[in-house]
Structures are given as C-alpha cells and as structure tokens.
Design a protein around this ligand. Structure first.
Ligand SMILES: Cc1ncc(COP(=O)(O)O)c(C=O)c1O
Length: 454
C-alpha cells in the first residue's frame, strides 16, 4: 500500500509536473507572442521614440561661452576664429590647406570652377547622391555623366567608370555617400591613367578612412558640409581642402570677390583679379565649428562601434542586406546607416509598409534618395537659355542623354534602401539590440502587417 501510494504519488507528481511544464511553456509562448506583437498590430512599442539622442548636440556651458565671446568681440565677419577653424580642420583631415565657405554646395561649385571645369566638360559622378553634387556640376556649365552603383556598397561602381570616359571627360567626382568611403584606390588609378582631376564630395564623410588615410586627401581637392544634419553640425557651412597652394589661393580669391589671397574681409583698396563671388564663412559659424570639433572624433568612434554591432545583428534577418565596406576601409563616417530591404523575404510587405511599421515601433527610418534622373531639374537645365548658348542642340538632346545615363541598379537601390540617421548610432548597444528586435518582430508578423495595411 505504502509502495502503491508512493508509486501513485510519483505518477501523479510526474503528470502534474509534466502538465505544469506544458502549461508554463504554453503560457510563455502566449506572453512572448503578445509582447512580440508589432505596435502596428496592437503590441507595445519596441522603443520609446523620445529616447533617441537629439541632434545637434551642444554643451551649454562650454559652447555658449565661445559663441558669446564672438558676439562680444564685435568681429563677426571672417577673421581669426575662421582661420583657427580652418587650420584645425586641415590638421584633422591631414591636408595642407582648408578654406571655409557658406555651405557644401558652394564648396563643390568653387572646387570645380577653380579646377577649370566649364561648359563642354563632362564630370563622372554617381547617381546615388544628394542633389547638390549634381547641381554643382551644372552650375559650372558642365554635364554630369552617371556611373551606376554597386548596390552592396551604395557607391559608384569603379568597374563601370572607364566605359563612360570620353574626350570631354575632365573630372571624376566620387561621393562618399552616407559617410561610407568610395573605392578611392581604384578610382584614383583610373583617374591617373586617363589624366582626370578628382574632386571628392566628402560632405557626408568627415573622418572616414581608407588604409588609415582620411577621405578627402586622395583627390586634388575635397569638399565638406557642416549643415545641421551633418556629423559636424554648424547650421550651414562648408569647406574645401587641398594640398595645392595655387588652387587654394584661387579658391580664396573666388570666395572673396576676386580679391587676391590673404586680403582681409572688408578691404576696398585691393584690386579684384577675377570674376568671383562672395561666399565667406562667419566668425559665429567658426565658433560653433570649433566647439563641435571637440566631440567629432569620439562620436565617430561610437558610430563605428554601434554600426558594426548593428550590422552583425541585422545580417541574420532574412531579407535585410547589410552594407558592404570596401576591404581597404579602416573607418566609416556613418552619416547614415543604410541597408537594403528585400520585400520577398517579408511576405511581400512593401518597403513603404515596412518603414511605416518600423517607425511605429519607435525606430525612425526613411527610404532615402529617389533616382536623380527622374527629377525635373536636368531637363529644365538642358532647356535653359544659358545651356542653349553653351551647347549646340545636338548636345542637348535630353532623351539621348537619359538613354545613355540609365542606371538600373541605382533605380533598384533607390527602391530598396532603408536609412537610419547618424544620431541613432550615438545611442547604446542596447539601442542597437532594440532596432534589431523591432525588425525581427516585423519579419515574424510580416503577413499580418501586410493584411492590416492593405
Ligand atoms: C553628398 C552631399 N553633397 C553636397 C552637399 C551640400 O552641402 P550643403 O547642404 O552644406 O550645401 C550635401 C549636403 O547635404 C551632401 O550630402
């Protein structure tokens, strides 16, 4: 009896514990399913969107003091603070000279202009860029020639450059888009072979490196932007760097009404030596820039660490194609963090729906650039009075130009890309885990989300 009782107890207990096991297991799966439900389907947000680090960043105590000093000095136009910033920027990037200007767009316009890029010239460029790159070529009366991208790196594909070189090609303009370095090793070799000038659009890529050499120091000159969203935010501002003294003297002259290099702001006695413009940086801008410089290197390290970690997580999710850096890249600037979204691995959930669901999770995201050649500005430029005076009609056949400048891989890239902004990479490792979890959630529930958003 005793034994029987004991046996019964063990039997009962094991049935009970088995039940308990089954119960707790199914409870867990119910709970985790519920908490794993995307916000858009009635779940809880993965992240409180208010927790992302706001941009721009400034230090009220230290930075506001520097700015006040400028105000109280009464010297607000280009003077010693601007020179101090220019020297600091040249030192940081590893260039002989730096000259600031009002913005990155005008830095590019001047750099091309002072490299004698004019009407009748062709400049080889990527279609995956901010419109300012292309506008700077057109502003000089030259024609942009588009080279398709390598979608895995988001950069101009160097293997496709040589096919685009003609007798009219004067320059290559690599754009280190999203803060990821272009393949400068191959691009410089092609430029050397064909005797082409290289002007780097490094507006999104301060402190990025190839083989420990800073982006911006490969070509004849490079341009940077200090616009508010950029990794070094001043509101507006730009800079040209180069080791070429004659070129930099000419750039200076151009940005200061054609007055000879070194003539101080406000001088009315020096004779102007060239047709020019007035595009000077102010003391306020330089003061903010100097303050921002104190943080840039540490922030760049954090962005790299978080981006690398995020990449290691995201590459495990089917349908998320993580970015590829060229093997020689020793540091990226990660002005943006991109990946390519393949909707077929998300049950046909479109990119727009994916972005909507991810944003709803508390992860701000965007689809990035639209293909530049679908925008009206190129056609309008070809039809402008100035271009008609610079080119004969056969050279301005827009349909032929469009045909010759098709970039199908870029068209696809523009439809597949997803971006996070650089400030999100200044968060914690846990923030990266949460981004990963939010995307995983969407992947798991892609079918239901699609139905809900249809
Ligand atoms: C790639 C690229 N080129 C040029 C520019 C122009 O710079 P800015 O806005 O300072 O004129 C930008 C800025 O957004 C950019 O991202």
């Amino acid at each position: 009896m005793k034994n029987a009782n004991r046996r019964d107890f063990i039997k009962k207990a094991s049935i009970l514990s088995l039940n308990a096991g089954i119960l707790s297991k199914s409870n867990f799966s119910i709970i985790s399913k519920k908490s794993n439900k995307p916000f858009i389907l009635g779940g809880v947000k993965t992240i409180n969107p208010g927790q992302w680090i706001k941009w721009p960043i400034w230090d009220a105590e230290k930075d506001e003091k520097i700015l006040l000093e400028v105000m109280r000095s009464g010297v607000w136009s280009r003077s010693k603070t601007v020179i101090q910033f220019e020297q600091a920027w040249a030192n940081l990037i590893g260039s002989k000279r730096c000259m600031t200007v009002v913005n990155g767009t005008n830095a590019l316009i001047i750099a091309l202009h002072q490299s004698q890029i004019n009407a009748g010239d062709e400049v080889i460029v990527t279609p995956y860029t901010f419109i300012a790159t292309i506008q700077s070529i057109l502003a000089n009366g030259a024609i942009p020639i588009f080279v398709d991208v390598d979608p895995s790196t988001f950069q101009m594909d160097p293997a496709k450059i040589e096919a685009k070189i003609t007798k009219r090609t004067k320059a290559i303009m690599p754009v280190h888009i999203l803060g990821l370095p272009s393949d400068m090793i191959r691009i410089m070799a092609i430029a050397k072979k064909h005797n082409l000038t290289v002007i780097e659009d490094a507006c999104q890529a301060p402190l990025a490196e190839i083989n420990h050499q800073k982006i911006g120091t490969f070509g004849k000159a490079a341009c940077f932007s200090f616009q508010n969203s950029k990794n070094i935010a001043i509101g507006e501002g730009g800079a040209i760097i180069s080791d070429d003294d004659a070129f930099m003297d000419a750039c200076y002259s151009y940005h200061n009404l054609g007055l000879p290099y070194g003539i101080a702001t406000g001088s009315v006695t020096a004779g102007s030596q060239m047709q020019a413009n007035k595009l000077r940086f102010s003391e306020y801008q330089a003061a903010i820039g100097l303050a921002q410089l104190t943080r840039l290197e540490a922030q760049t390290e954090t962005r790299n660490q978080n981006a690398n970690y995020l990449t290691s997580l995201l590459k495990t999710i089917p349908g998320i194609h993580v970015l590829r850096l060229y093997p020689e890249v020793t540091k990226a600037a990660y002005h943006l963090y991109p990946f390519r979204y393949d909707q077929s691995a998300f049950k046909g959930l479109s990119r727009a729906q994916f972005l909507q669901a991810l944003d709803a999770e508390g992860v701000p995201c965007m689809g990035g650039y639209t293909a530049l050649n679908t925008q009206p500005f190129l056609k309008q430029t070809f039809e402008s009075v100035n271009f008609k005076k610079m080119y004969h009609s056969g050279e301005l056949n827009y349909a032929t130009y469009m045909e010759q400048n098709q970039c199908p891989l870029n068209d696809t890239l523009c439809n597949e890309a997803v971006w996070f902004t650089q400030n999100m990479l200044l968060g914690t490792k846990n923030d990266m885990d949460l981004i990963f979890q939010a995307i995983q959630r969407i992947h798991t529930h892609a079918d239901e989300i699609k139905k809900k958003l249809q």
